[in-house]
Ligand binder design. Structure first.
Ligand code: PLP
Length: 245
């Protein structure tokens, strides 16, 4: 395929992000190849995702079920989609059916949603689905994420009672306003220590998904293995945060 005459803004922004990821990994004595960059494309058009895909990137994230269901079939099947939004039980079936290349659900935060995912993965006969436990590390009241003290129990449930899911680690958003503090990263890292010792797994078997546009370098320095980056790659989002009409 012919190279575009001029590199698009999102492609050069991604390049700069990958460079910064590498530098942060090196500063903390880690290997940047082991750090996943999820390009969070919510609200952005398929054409822009395609540009970034054509530059070689394969890992993208969305946080609205319907938006992912609309976009995924318009894009190549070798994209690894990460679902990073709040997932309701009644959406699980349509999500799994429409997105066979769903690589991971990062936001499992209760047994009910875990059981739904497990059941539907089995019923459509797809390969096991990777999942992360979302942890509320802010101490603020929130409808998303288990309390840090409850993450071991949910991780154990996934590992022991959900044969069609692969417990792969922990995720946090940080504060309610989608910023994070070093304290949030510290809490998630402590959760990993607890989960690993309770389940008898090594830290390599328990990812930490933390860090977004504003703080991914610090998150990497504090142990993140997967960063979720939206606006720094795709530009600012143009809709009110909560809900359109
Ligand atoms: C939108 C979103 C991101 C990306 O946020 P940016 O600040 O634009 O990088 C990361 N994680 C989740 C869960 C999101 O919903």
């Amino acid at each position: 395929m012919a190279a575009p005459a001029m590199e698009g803004a999102a492609v050069s922004a991604l390049r700069s992000v990958l460079h910064r990821v590498r530098a942060a990994a090196e500063r903390s004595g880690r290997v940047s190849d082991h750090i996943r960059v999820v390009a969070v494309s919510k609200t952005k058009p398929v054409s822009l995702i395609r540009d970034v895909y054509d530059s070689g990137h394969r890992c993208f994230g969305e946080n609205y079920v319907q938006e992912l269901i609309d976009k995924a079939p318009q894009l190549p099947e070798d994209i690894e989609w990460h679902f990073v939004g709040h997932l309701q039980s009644n959406k699980v079936k349509s999500l799994l059916a429409a997105v066979p290349n769903l690589a991971m659900v990062q936001t499992v935060d209760n047994e009910k949603i875990a059981n739904h995912l497990d059941r539907f993965v089995a019923s459509i006969g797809r390969r096991p689905l990777n999942v992360l436990v979302q942890v509320n590390t802010s101490g603020e009241a929130s409808k998303s994420g288990v309390e840090p003290s409850d993450c071991v129990e949910l991780a154990r449930h996934l590992k022991l009672s959900c044969p069609n899911l692969v417990f792969s680690g922990l995720m946090t958003i940080g504060m309610k306003d989608y910023t994070s503090t070093p304290e949030n990263f510290k809490v998630l890292s402590n959760c990993r220590a607890n989960v690993c010792s309770a389940l008898g797994i090594s830290e390599e078997q328990c990812e930490l998904s933390m860090g977004m546009s504003g703080d991914f370098e610090q998150a990497i320095e504090m142990g993140s293995t997967s960063v979720r980056i939206g606006s720094t790659i795709f530009g600012p989002r143009e809709y009110p945060k909560k809900q359109e009409h």
